[in-house]
Design a protein around this ligand. Structure first.
Ligand code: DUC
Ligand code: ZN
Ligand code: ZN
Length: 484
């Protein structure tokens, strides 16, 4: 008989592919057995009536990160990972952010030190590439891919982050050559800048004009454009935080012709609307992120895209800024929509919101939920099969989920440091009651049981395809040989 450190018995185990009754036996931080009637562990958890899910992987969150305007997020690696854990997430992938002129080696070393000291769950890193010099492309990026940072985010907007199309092509080619995935923030910079200037010149400065300046066409144009850039080179690209129906349709159409386009969306685009940003006074700033939430037609298109596989990953894009002068309102009541820090908090509610609104309302299946919140992230970023699933030899990262528990959302019950939630007052059904990270119970009975600094850096491997990819044509191979 095997002896286990922990046995979770009588639950219903759910993976991206299966739902079945089984006990989960955990030994040395890994899943050691999956079967009915396992021997008792040193610690036994009765999961009768509960679902046993893979701990979530949140592959898009901003933690202890300086924005391009020099504003620090409200969450450091401690509060950010504690909040993630309470919401059922056991691995995060935030961004080591290069700003122009910074050496990538310095950026990563600083970020790794911060994470090591404070994280309570496991983490990997993406790199934001704002300065793709020859040295960065040929030396730094390949070196960090070798050290387990295999995904780079590039921006098509923001004054201090934006890359030109030819620079994006450089990064796409280098990423494919050395085995990395490029994530793209797709919004047309000049459209946004031009609209914002006109609005401000005419005295339209309230938060609601943020959504007017970040027009849906700014997103769909840039999405079309980056799709064509990726197709030119026949490389994979991930369009992150998709908000609008036109962008979603462009992605689906590109996938239908075999382009290697992946896509992500987030809770704010399913559950918030541009009309939330129109709330009186400065309150609308609590809903301002880029791209902004849209309308009901876009919400419906995104739900359809989650169900039909257009979107592979569902992330929080947690970007926590306090509703005061340190974050959202640097100039108090005089803050214009251009001065506000962009972003909304959501790392803790990402999984409960999708469970309640998606699985609970019949929009997606339970297995889709697991794929969208955990398994596909692990595959996409080269963390599978260690993370994102329930299988023998995978890390014992688990969420014991009560599908019937009703929770009324309020900022006071959350563990991040933003101090507000855009989902205040909503009631949702389904909540993770016990969360296990590498075999350690980290959350139980509403209490944290993990030590600061107990999370580990998990190097990412080569990004893996989520679905079968076709082979490049002979013409494409010859073309790539010419330009590489
Ligand atoms: N937009 C971003 O590009 N990043 C963080 C948050 C946001 O709203
Ligand atoms: Zn972005
Ligand atoms: Zn982001």
């Amino acid at each position: 008989m095997q002896d286990f450190d922990l046995t979770i018995r009588n639950g219903t185990v759910v993976t991206a592919a299966d739902t079945f009754p089984a006990d989960v036996g955990v030994k040395d931080g890994q899943i050691a057995a999956l079967a009915k009637g396992l021997a008792p562990g040193r610690r036994d958890i009765d999961a009768t009536g509960k679902l046993v899910l893979p701990g979530g992987v949140d592959s898009h969150c901003h933690i202890e990160q300086l924005s391009s305007n020099g504003v620090m997020t409200a969450d450091d690696f401690y509060t950010g990972t504690v909040s993630a854990a309470f919401g059922g997430t056991t691995t995060i992938i935030p961004f080591a952010a290069q700003h122009r002129g910074m050496k990538i080696g310095d950026v990563v070393a600083d970020y790794a030190k911060r994470a090591k000291e404070r994280a309570v769950i496991d983490y990997a890193f993406h790199l934001i590439v704002a300065d793709p010099t020859e040295e960065a492309l040929t030396q730094d990026l390949p070196a960090f891919i070798g050290k387990g940072i295999t995904s780079f985010k590039v921006y098509m907007t923001y004054d201090r982050l934006k890359l030109e199309d030819r620079q994006i092509l450089d990064v796409l080619l280098a990423a494919e050559k050395h085995g990395a995935l490029v994530m793209v923030h797709a919004e047309n910079h000049d459209m946004i800048r031009w609209l914002a200037r006109r609005l401000l010149d005419r005295g339209h400065s309230e938060p609601k004009f943020h959504a007017v300046s970040h027009a849906p066409l700014a997103e769909s144009e840039a999405t079309h454009r980056v799709i064509q850039l990726a197709r030119l080179l026949d490389v994979a690209v991930l369009v992150v935080h998709v908000s609008g129906i036109e962008a979603a349709n462009a992605i689906r159409a590109a996938q239908a012709v075999g382009a290697r386009i992946y896509a992500e969306t987030c809770p704010q685009y399913l559950l918030l609307k541009a009309s939330d940003i129109s709330r009186p006074g400065m309150d609308g700033a609590k809903f301002c992120c880029s791209p902004p939430p849209r309308d009901e037609a876009s919400q419906n298109a995104l739900w359809a895209g989650l169900a039909d596989g257009t979107f592979q990953v569902f992330s929080s894009d947690h970007a926590p800024y306090r509703f005061d002068q340190s974050g959202k309102l640097p100039k108090g009541d005089k803050t214009t929509f251009k001065d506000m820090a962009n972003g909304v908090p959501g790392i803790e509610l990402r999984m409960p919101l999708l469970f309640s609104e998606g699985v609970g309302k019949g929009r997606i299946t339970l297995n889709d939920f697991v794929a969208l919140t955990a398994t596909n992230h692990a595959r996409m970023y080269g963390l599978a099969p260690r993370k994102g699933t329930i299988a023998v030899e995978s890390d014992a990262d688990l969420a014991v989920w009560n599908p019937d528990k009703e929770v009324k959302i309020g900022a006071g019950m959350l563990h991040d440091n933003a101090g507000y939630t855009p989902y205040e007052g909503r009631t949702i059904k389904g909540w993770p009651e016990i969360v296990v990270s590498r075999g350690r119970v980290v959350v139980e009975g509403g209490k944290l049981q993990a030590e600061r600094g107990s999370g580990e850096f998990i190097p990412c491997g080569a990004p893996g395809p989520i679905k079968q990819e076709r082979k490049p044509s002979t013409e494409m191979r010859l073309f790539k040989a010419l330009i590489s």
